[in-house]
Every structure is written in structure tokens, then in C-alpha cells.
Design a binder for this molecule. Structure first.
Ligand SMILES: Cc1cc2nc3c(=O)[nH]c(=O)nc-3n(C[C@H](O)[C@H](O)[C@H](O)COP(=O)(O)O)c2cc1C
Ligand code: SF4
Ligand code: SF4
Length: 291
């Protein structure tokens, strides 16, 4: 592809970043990826690019508030083509509500082409097993090039208005307010070794190590990066503790492991996933059939 693309991505635990990297590969490397974090005002704006992408993890059927703030800030001298992608631990139809407010903000400044949801391993709720992880990543690897081609052709997708989606997305924005309170409920227990990884990695600069222990402020995005990657599993996430997932998914190893099948037949998937994967296959019979 000759066009140059810029992708802005918010990613707590790496899934959305992985998808962004697949877009870059699908655009023949003609893409720059920038991480949205609390200092997003330092990021280059898209003026010298042809296409703009925005990616984020779905949080409670919404985009994280930092992504909305960034979209309000994002500006460009010309009206450019823009695409959206999001990742979530399941393929429920309500995940598409997550972009409603984002679209409203962005369509004044950009021409929104299309969006795509990618099911990726849960970083909250429960840990997916390795078969399911391979299935998800295999499909993502097939879907991104398909979407990238649509984007390169400048194809525009029509969105059907659905009031129930607006309602769900609006009600669950309570998560943004909860995120501020969340910092007050997070703490590290005696397993903490004061390695300061959580402090260095927090995208919101919300953690300070004081007297050898992390202290959490009120600028949390609920991205769960701190608890997910804590090598000791020492961080408890307050009211959400029973849904905590701790530890990186070894995606590279899983994808290379030939003893794990590439995909799972749709009828053997949990009902949470069947509609999504049926739609994926229908989306591009030709591209998806080899699976
Ligand atoms: C606070 C929170 C809320 C979440 N809500 C949803 C959700 O509504 N729907 C969903 O499919 N996944 C949800 N997830 C799972 C993540 O969206 C999913 O694991 C995503 O791929 C993580 O991406 P990341 O690694 O780029 O942060 C949630 C995760 C967190 C931490
Ligand atoms: S990452 Fe874990 S072990 Fe390291 S400072 Fe933070 S809480 Fe402590
Ligand atoms: S405190 Fe933890 S969950 Fe909150 S923004 Fe920082 S890394 Fe993410």
C-alpha cells in the first residue's frame, strides 16, 4: 500500500497493541503506531499521514475515557479517512456500542470508514485456555488483512441505528467514574518485592512507590496492566478482585505449538462466541474458508 497510516492505540495488557501491529504489517509496514497515554498531547497529529486508525480495548461496552479525551484532542488540517478497531474478551453485539460516542466526536473532523471488533483473550473476568487463545489470534490474523484491504480501497460501512446500544453504552459509562474510585481500592500485599514495574508501566502515571510499596492515585483507566503483569501477583484490584486475571498469555509460544489446533469448530464454541465467529466467516467467505 502506498498510503501512509498512523495508528493511535490504547492497550492495557497488549492485545490491542498486537492487533495494531498486524494492521501495520497488512499496510506493508507503512504505518506508525503511537500509544495513547495520559501525556497524549505530545503525540504527532495525523497531518502528514493519509489514513488514521484508532484502537482500544472495550471496557464495560465502552471505549476507555482516555480514548474519548484523546479523540476530542485529535486534530488535523484536512479531513482524512479514519478507521476504528476494538478488542474484547467476547464477541457480544454490545461491544459495538463502545464506539458510539467516539464516532460522534470523530465524524466532525474525519471521514469514518469502518470499524472492526476483535475477540482477544480476556484480561479480566476469567483466563482463556490455550486452544481458545490460538483460535482468537488465528482469526484476528486473518481478519486484519481483510479489513486493511477494505480501508485501502476507501470502502465506507453503513451503521444501523439501534437505540438499545445507545442505552447500554450510556448506562455503562459509570465505569469511567468508578475507575477514579478504583485507585482507592487497589493495593499490593506482602508478596510485593518493590520491583517498581507497575509504577514504570502505568499508562496513566497513577502509581507511586512510597516506602517500597505502590500507592494508587485517582487517575486510573482500569486498564489492569499493573495487576496483570505484576510478577508476584501482589496487586489486588478491590471490588473487581474476583475477576482478576494475572499473568501474560504466552501468545507467541501458543501460535508456534503445532499440538494446538489452529481453530475450534463454531458449534463447539461457547454460545458467547458463536455469533461472532459465524459473522467473521460470513464476512469474507473466500478469505476465511481455509480455516
Ligand atoms: C475493566 C474492564 C472491562 C472490560 N469490559 C469488557 C467488555 O465490556 N466486553 C469485552 O468483550 N471485554 C471486556 N474486557 C476485556 C478486554 O476488553 C479484553 O481482554 C481486551 O482485549 C484487552 O485489551 P488490551 O490488552 O489491549 O488492554 C474488559 C476488561 C477490563 C479490564
Ligand atoms: S509490580 Fe508487583 S512486585 Fe513490582 S512493585 Fe508493583 S506490586 Fe510490587
Ligand atoms: S493504576 Fe493500574 S489499572 Fe490503573 S491505569 Fe495504572 S496500570 Fe492501569
Amino acid at each position: 500500500m502506498d498510503s501512509r497510516c498512523v495508528i493511535y492505540v490504547f492497550s492495557g495488557t497488549g492485545n490491542t497493541r498486537l492487533v495494531a501491529e498486524k494492521y501495520r504489517e497488512s499496510f506493508d509496514g507503512n504505518a506508525d503506531i503511537f500509544d495513547i497515554a495520559s501525556d497524549y498531547r505530545q503525540l504527532p497529529m495525523p497531518d502528514r499521514y493519509d489514513i488514521v486508525g484508532i484502537g482500544y480495548p472495550v471496557h464495560a461496552f465502552n471505549a476507555p475515557e482516555i480514548v474519548i479525551d484523546f479523540a476530542k484532542f485529535l486534530h488535523c488540517g484536512e479531513r482524512k479517512n479514519l478507521f476504528i478497531f476494538h478488542t474484547g474478551g467476547e464477541g457480544l453485539f454490545f461491544n459495538d456500542s463502545s464506539s458510539l460516542l467516539l464516532r460522534r466526536i470523530l465524524r466532525r473532523k474525519f471521514c469514518i470508514l469502518s470499524e472492526m471488533h476483535f475477540v482477544m483473550p480476556y484480561n479480566m473476568i476469567f483466563r482463556h485456555d490455550e486452544r481458545m487463545v490460538k483460535h482468537m489470534v488465528t482469526y484476528m490474523n486473518k481478519l486484519v488483512p481483510f479489513h486493511a484491504e477494505m480501508i485501502a480501497r476507501g470502502e465506507r460501512e453503513k451503521i444501523r441505528p439501534m437505540p438499545i446500544r445507545h442505552l447500554i453504552s450510556f448506562l455503562l459509562r459509570i465505569e469511567w467514574f468508578y475507575a477514579r474510585f478504583q485507585g482507592r481500592t487497589m493495593k499490593a500485599d506482602g508478596r510485593c518485592t518493590s520491583c517498581s514495574l507497575c509504577e514504570r508501566n502505568c499508562p496513566m502515571d497513577n502509581i507511586r512507590i512510597i516506602d517500597g510499596r505502590p500507592h494508587f492515585g485517582t487517575n486510573c483507566a482500569l486498564c489492569v496492566r499493573c495487576s496483570f503483569f505484576c510478577p508476584e501477583g501482589a496487586i489486588s484490584i478491590g471490588l473487581l478482585e474476583r475477576w482478576k486475571v494475572n499473568g501474560r498469555y504466552p501468545i507467541e509460544r501458543i501460535m508456534k505449538d503445532e499440538s494446538i489446533p489452529e481453530t475450534i469448530p463454531v458449534e463447539k464454541l461457547s454460545v458467547l462466541y458463536r455469533r461472532y465467529y459465524r459473522n467473521c466467516s460470513a464476512l469474507s467467505e473466500k478469505e476465511m474458508r481455509p480455516l
